[in-house]
Design a protein around this ligand. Structure first.
Ligand code: CP
Ligand code: NVA
Length: 298
């Protein structure tokens, strides 16, 4: 039997995505040391890029479920000396029970998955960040109930996290209004998947008007550092500040996957203010991925 992978959020059916998010909240309130469904199982974590949350949440999550996670910074493996990813996948999948990968190539992740006997999880690529969205939707549910029928506003760069928000809108039945500069629109393939659940707009104020949730992310994703000065200039009108938040619904929550850059994509007043749920959002990476690991492995 071929393994199930999570390379993008839409690899899940809507009912599966809902089940994982619900299970995440259940684990958060009830997980204890006796629940060890992954006893003796190992997750290999290939990181070609930096991480705080993704690494810690997968490592702690595996430990809580009775298993073990192996940190493999790709530069310190033979991948860093040009061993093909496909060969690495064949070897890892004979020793480990799942593989998580963070790199700059969705195509390489797909190749890895093709050669792997065990589930492959995208821990961020240039195009998607599905684990982030499991945690984000969990957080939205926990603060405001079922997001179905509600409106979220994405403000800023149409990046990997934005693409995963677009997929989440379709899967969970909410509308996403995305305000991005035309240079930084989301991925065309993802736009096709979105259908009517997405509205692309130019004006951040139009995106947030009456919205139930406002979300943004860094203007300079990992790997884009050379474009930083240009991006700051182009994205300046897309800052989430107090004036913009005031146009959202009175109960709107603010989210950011972190790391954040106060004074760039978001002001300190918003991210450290009363509408921000970013610390719950960060914590939920742990519970959402534990639910995902159970779904893929247990
Ligand atoms: N949000 C997120 O993925 O954080 P890290 O880069 O710290 O893993
Ligand atoms: N868009 C950001 C997300 C970091 C978690 C990046 O790719 O760097």
């Amino acid at each position: 039997m071929t393994a199930r992978h999570l390379l993008k959020l839409s690899d899940l059916h809507a009912d599966e995505a809902r089940r994982i998010v619900g299970r995440a909240t259940e684990l958060k309130s009830s997980h204890g040391p006796d629940h060890r469904p992954l006893l003796g199982r190992t997750l290999a974590m290939l990181f070609a890029k930096s991480s705080t949350r993704t690494r810690v949440s997968f490592e702690v999550g595996m430990a809580k479920l009775g298993g073990h996670a192996l940190m493999l910074a790709t530069a310190q493996t033979q991948l860093g000396r040009e061993e093909p990813l496909a060969d690495t996948a064949r070897v890892l999948s004979r020793m480990c029970d799942a593989i998580m990968i963070r790199n700059d190539s969705q195509a390489d992740q797909e190749e890895l998955a093709q050669q792997s006997r065990v589930p492959v999880i995208n821990g961020l690529s240039e195009l998607h960040h599905p684990c982030q969205l499991l945690a984000d939707v969990q957080t939205w549910f926990e603060h405001r109930g079922d997001p179905s029928g509600k409106v979220a506003a994405w403000i800023g760069d149409g990046n990997n996290v934005c693409n995963s928000w677009i997929e989440a809108a379709r899967l969970f039945g909410f509308t996403l209004r995305a305000a991005t500069p035309h240079q930084y629109r989301p991925d065309p393939q993802v736009l096709k998947f979105a259908g009517k659940s997405l509205a692309l707009v130019d004006d951040p104020a139009a995106a947030v008007a009456g919205a139930d949730l406002v979300v943004t992310d860094t203007w300079t994703s990992m790997g884009r550092e050379a474009e930083r000065a240009e991006r700051i200039q182009i994205l300046a009108p897309f800052q989430v500040n107090e004036a913009l938040m005031a146009k959202a619904g009175p109960d709107a929550v603010f989210m950011h996957c972190l790391p954040a850059h106060r004074g760039e994509e978001v002001t300190a007043g918003v991210i450290d203010g009363p509408q921000s749920v970013v610390w719950d959002e960060a914590e939920n990476r742990l519970w959402a991925q534990m639910a995902l690991l159970e779904f893929l492995l247990a």
